[in-house]
Design a protein around this ligand. Structure first.
Ligand SMILES: [Zn+2]
Length: 258
């Protein structure tokens, strides 16, 4: 038996291969190390692939602001692969859309992105390339998890919505015009920047905020020409993700490579 895991800031989800048995638990409610150890014992798991909501390089965790600090997949005692969740998601999106030239832009708790070039994620020196969430945008009256006060994530993410709502005394919702305007502008800026930098065949929008507000995909399609130069938009397909959990699907692709 093999195990695919999506270890996110909110949920830890898993699926057994073959068989397709699945489960999910709140990340904050468990010690991921002990939880996975128990799954491995119970189902006689021989290999595990983990999509991880943090920075990962060369099969090792570099940092994980939202997840229990002591987690170390090397101590699980079986062959494993661990990869950043957006890198996993973009692998799954590439397979789903049948393209090796694709950028995924996900707005959920945070704002993340990754790009496939000839079927493989663009990684950079330490696998940190292509992340749009912490690109400087505009000063905010509060700080991001990374320590800066000007990240795109402070505007176009669930975290950002919550921070602006507290600051402005509004409900944490895109129904509030003052929050929506800030969100939309940052999302368009992020999409335009990614298309200009990477020139992909597809731009796929996903994550919890997009899922709950599918009209944002239409907004991006309509308004992008005022944010990005014509050459960056020529021929690009902009779509909403069709995958329920792209990161877990990406972990299953990693399992194929183990
Ligand atoms: Zn940041």
């Amino acid at each position: 038996m093999r195990l695919a895991v999506d270890l996110g800031g909110t949920w830890l989800r898993w699926e057994l291969i073959p068989g397709g048995q699945t489960g999910r638990v709140a990340t904050a409610g468990v010690d991921p190390q002990a939880y996975l150890r128990e799954l491995i014992d119970r189902y006689a798991v021989k290999a595990v692939a983990i999509s991880f909501a943090g920075q990962v390089y060369d099969n090792r965790i570099l940092s994980a602001p939202n997840i229990s600090a002591g987690f170390d997949p090397a101590k699980l005692g079986i062959p494993y692969r661990i990869e950043n969740d957006l890198k996993c998601a973009v692998l799954a999106e590439g397979r789903d859309w049948g393209s090796g030239s694709l950028t995924a832009l996900y707005s959920g708790t945070g704002l993340g992105s990754a790009t496939l070039e000839r079927g493989e994620p663009i990684r950079g020196r330490r696998n940190l390339a292509g992340e749009i969430g912490h690109v400087p945008f505009r000063r905010a009256p509060f700080r991001c998890g990374c320590g800066k006060d000007n990240c795109l994530e402070l505007y176009a993410s669930g975290n950002g919505i919550a921070k602006w709502a507290r600051r402005l005394g509004l409900a944490p919702s895109l129904d509030e015009l003052a929050i929506r305007k800030r969100y939309e502008e940052a999302l368009l800026y992020a999409a335009a920047t990614l298309l200009t930098l990477f020139n992909p065949e597809f731009l796929i929008l996903g994550g919890g905020v997009i899922t709950h507000h599918p009209d944002l995909v239409e907004l991006v399609k309509t308004e992008l020409p005022t944010y990005a130069p014509p050459f960056a938009l020529e021929g690009v397909r902009i779509e909403r993700s069709r995958l329920e959990n792209a990161s877990l699907e990406g972990a299953k692709i990693l399992l194929e490579r183990l």
